[in-house]
Design a protein around this ligand. Structure first.
Ligand SMILES: [Zn+2]
Length: 234
């Protein structure tokens, strides 16, 4: 399927941003091999990482354009297939017009908790940067299916991140830099929670304490310059 008017060579800067995000995920230890994928909203649709490619072999030209109807450049034109998880990338971008980038990884600590189907509780104040008091774990659904997309969207209600049972994690942000910073923070929180669990049950923050933190983070999500950003890269 080739979306009307699509020029595969267009959007060079956006393709490069998507590639460099995948490279950063690899450098930060959040991604290995061919798992993990990312997408970026562009005019008329989205760019998404290709299916089944090692990040080290990816070129900017391998990024796949998909329109908002879920149609992509045909393989006959030499284009790659989109990530098998294109359903949730497309549906998140459709449902959240205010966000522009989605990242999915099988990072070690998030995936460990996802395999336990554990919701991450308010054990640390930085949980608030993901948008609520907890980080939910979406129920299990087969990878690459609309059912997984539906489960992820439900777990993401009012949140910027979720775990996917027996699979990994999803985050989204206003741009790729924001989504990448959140992915790094999310993985850090999962590691901290996992380490805490080795010593016992953490003392959780109360609903009142979390409400106070969320209020402090209310400016979070605004463009740079409107408040200092608590999220840093690795
Ligand atoms: Zn996956």
């Amino acid at each position: 399927m080739k979306p009307e008017g699509m020029n595969p060579k267009a959007m060079k800067a956006e393709r490069e941003q998507l590639l460099s995000t995948m490279q950063r995920l690899l450098q930060c230890g959040l991604n290995r091999g061919t798992s993990g994928n990312a997408s970026l909203r562009v005019e008329g649709g989205l760019l998404i990482t290709p299916s089944g490619m090692d990040v080290e072999d990816m070129l900017a030209s391998d990024m796949v354009f998909m329109n908002m109807e879920g149609e992509w450049e045909g393989e006959s034109q030499g284009a790659r297939k989109p990530s098998s998880e294109w359903h949730f990338h497309l549906n998140i971008l459709k449902q959240r017009p205010e966000i522009n980038a989605v990242i999915h990884t099988h990072s070690m600590f998030a995936t460990t908790l996802a395999c336990l189907r554990k919701e991450v509780p308010p054990f640390h104040y930085m949980i608030a940067v993901t948008g609520g008091n907890t980080i939910r774990c979406a129920p299990y659904a087969l990878f690459g299916t609309p059912a997984l997309s539906e489960a992820a969207l439900k777990a993401l209600e009012g949140r910027r991140a979720c775990l996917l049972a027996n699979h990994g994690m999803v985050v989204y942000g206003r741009d790729l830099a924001h989504a990448l910073a959140l992915a790094i923070e999310f993985e850090t929180l999962c590691e901290q929670y996992w380490r805490t669990l080795q010593l016992g049950a953490p003392v959780l923050l109360s609903a009142e304490e979390m409400a106070e933190i969320i209020e402090r983070f209310r400016w979070y999500g605004k463009p740079r310059g409107e408040g200092s950003n608590p999220i840093q890269g690795c």
